[in-house]
Ligand binder design. Structure first.
Ligand SMILES: NC(=O)c1ccc[n+]([C@@H]2O[C@H](COP(=O)([O-])OP(=O)(O)OC[C@H]3O[C@@H](n4cnc5c(N)ncnc54)[C@H](OP(=O)(O)O)[C@@H]3O)[C@@H](O)[C@H]2O)c1
Length: 245
């Protein structure tokens, strides 16, 4: 039985993933970590009652780097699986004129992930066990004018997870990279998403759980994003730069 910790647990995808693992009866405890403790406690209570497993709610802020070692130290029991779910879409237009906004996007998606995952990785490496599941994005596969700052931060996260997987392989620690396309969550409630291409948080959670069972290295979710991104990546730059994407 495994102990699962979810970072950025108030995310819609994180909550669906928590429920999917709890439902499987393969975890013995769950730790939900995020900024809004009140909401977190309601979510924790709901899962505990529904699935009859111990669930803790703990404050975690991805941008408070100096707190990360302490945050990890206080986790008891220590996790066997860590899901990194936090992320920030931010405002691309605003980020073009305000470096403060650009910085917030980069730090929320990338610097915060590096800061906490290095702490997790050191512990997993020492214990020679553990699974890290990092939620990045297909937006990191190719920069587009509509969200290239978010996309660049996710590209950095994807490259980071690849390197981490390579480093930790010899310590029997596994890293799964998750590349979702559109998901119907609070992150993009203000956007008009194409229905046929848009997953629900439960769809994504199911894909993550299946990938975990099969020890996959990297998945696209939903599955067809692998092929959509293969096409998008294959468009030559002289054409790509003229497109409104
Ligand atoms: N939705 C999509 O279409 C889509 C597509 C591709 C990838 N993704 C990725 O999937 C992951 C889950 O996102 P989602 O769609 O479930 O969005 P979401 O519901 O908006 O969740 C994002 C979560 O990140 C948390 N967060 C942001 N900054 C944080 C910080 N500094 N410290 C701690 N937590 C922080 C937020 O916490 P608060 O509740 O405290 O604000 C929020 O709960 C993200 O990494 C996202 O980039 C989403």
């Amino acid at each position: 039985m495994m102990n699962l910790t979810i970072l950025g647990a108030n995310s819609d995808v994180a909550m669906a993933t928590a429920r999917r693992f709890a439902q499987s009866k393969m975890i013995s405890s769950l730790c939900l970590a995020s900024r809004d403790l009140e909401l977190l406690e309601r979510n924790a209570n709901d899962i505990q009652v529904r699935y009859d497993i111990p669930v803790k709610a703990v404050v975690f802020n991805a941008l408070d780097y100096t707190s990360h070692a302490r945050f990890y130290q206080q986790l008891d029991p220590k996790p066997d699986i860590v899901v990194l779910a936090f992320g920030l879409l931010g405002d691309q237009q605003n980020a073009q004129s305000s470096f403060e906004e650009a910085h917030r996007i980069i730090d929320s998606n990338f610097s915060g992930a590096v800061s906490i995952l290095e702490v997790v990785a050191a512990d997993f490496e020492r214990r020679r066990q553990g699974i890290i599941i990092g939620i990045s994005s297909v937006a990191g596969e190719r920069g587009r004018q509509s969200n290239y700052i978010y996309g660049a931060s996710k590209a950095a996260l994807t490259a980071y997870l690849s390197g981490l997987r390579n480093r930790l392989f010899k310590s029997q620690v596994h890293v799964l990279t998750v590349l979702p396309g559109f998901i119907n969550t609070k992150m993009n409630r203000h956007l008009q998403l194409p229905g046929l291409l848009t997953a629900s948080p439960d769809d994504v959670a199911n894909d993550i759980f299946k990938a975990y069972l099969k020890s996959k290295n990297l998945i696209y979710t939903l599955w067809f994003w692998r092929w959509i991104m293969a096409i998008i990546k294959s468009i030559p730059e002289p054409f790509f730069k003229k497109m409104s994407l």
